[in-house]
Design a protein around this ligand. Structure first.
Ligand code: SF4
Length: 295
């Protein structure tokens, strides 16, 4: 999720930052996903690099990976469902600002268009798609082709993936670079960083550093961050109280993680109430981000 989406749905999703890594791609590298085999061309590798340098972090580091730093909704894994999923199987926020990442599925905004068939191949063998058979290779009568010949054929899908990449670029500029720099010594430059960030998963941390960066944009952004923090503190209390009623031992580490988020929110709140952070942007950029956050 992007920050404007978390701000809008602040009483539904607990926000966090998710840190993952992706290897830097090389021309001639062979990628195999299920039954799909693809040897990367020079232009595939260059397109991966372009996306990595625009939307990810740490280009050129000694680990040979890009780091991805995104805002995300957090919940108890034992619930195994999105907080917006209704009992009837529909999305409660479909008409009121469904996250763009949900609209992008089954495509992947962090892969170039020429490699979207690999995203589809990966999803088609994923646990969530078993039995659905809604992703099929080749043409089917009565069905539109989503991707083919290295392009996204569907105009609506092209538009939504472009919009999601644009949002990721806004997040990168608004808070991503500042948070990456603040965690650089402690995490990203550390010898054991690859051990701390799983190859096929992510590391969750508090979203507070992103809010502190946002609050430095303008007074309006500081107020938006404070409003968000207050809603999140109440939501986390509610989620922990519900978990206590479920009495599940496997939920305890996640309750501890949520308490850690609350503590980080309280520290960020105290810092933002006691002093306005130094303004970090020229007026025109600040107004652009205020509009982005309120959109
Ligand atoms: S589309 Fe699904 S995953 Fe996305 S917010 Fe709605 S219920 Fe949650």
């Amino acid at each position: 999720m992007a920050l404007p989406e978390l701000f809008r749905h602040r009483d539904l999703f607990v926000g966090c930052l998710a840190i993952s890594r992706t290897p830097r791609r090389r021309s001639g590298e062979r990628l195999r996903v299920g039954r799909v085999d693809h040897v990367l061309s020079a232009s595939d590798a260059a397109a991966c690099d372009t996306l990595g340098e625009t939307l990810l972090h740490g280009a050129g580091n000694r680990h040979g990976v890009f780091f991805n730093l995104v805002a995300q909704g957090y919940d108890y894994p034992s619930l195994a469902r999105c907080p917006a999923l209704q009992e009837d199987g529909l999305c409660a926020i479909h008409a009121s600002g469904k996250p763009l990442q949900c609209a992008v599925v089954p495509l992947d905004p962090l892969l170039p268009d020429s490699l979207q068939h690999l995203a589809l191949a990966g999803r088609s063998i994923g646990a969530a798609y078993i039995g659905a058979e809604c992703i099929q290779a080749g043409e089917r009568s009565g069905m539109a082709t989503l991707v083919g010949d290295g392009e996204i054929h569907d105009a609506a899908a092209r538009e939504v993936i472009a919009h999601r990449r644009w949002m990721l670029a806004q997040e990168h500029e608004l808070w991503g670079r500042a948070v990456f720099a603040s965690l650089r010594r402690e995490l990203f430059d550390a010898q054991d960083v690859l051990g701390r960030i799983p190859a096929d998963g992510f590391l969750s941390i508090s979203i507070a550093p992103a809010l502190l960066a946002v609050a430095g944009v303008s007074e309006r952004c500081r107020q938006l961050s404070l409003t968000y923090i207050d809603s999140q503190l109440a939501l986390i209390e509610k989620k922990i109280a519900q978990a206590l009623l479920r009495r599940r031992l496997d939920e305890r580490p996640h309750s501890r993680e949520l308490r850690g988020f609350s503590e980080a929110y309280l520290r960020a709140r105290a810092a933002l109430v006691s002093a306005s952070p130094p303004q970090t942007m020229p007026m025109a950029a600040a107004q652009r981000f205020e509009a982005y956050l309120a959109a």
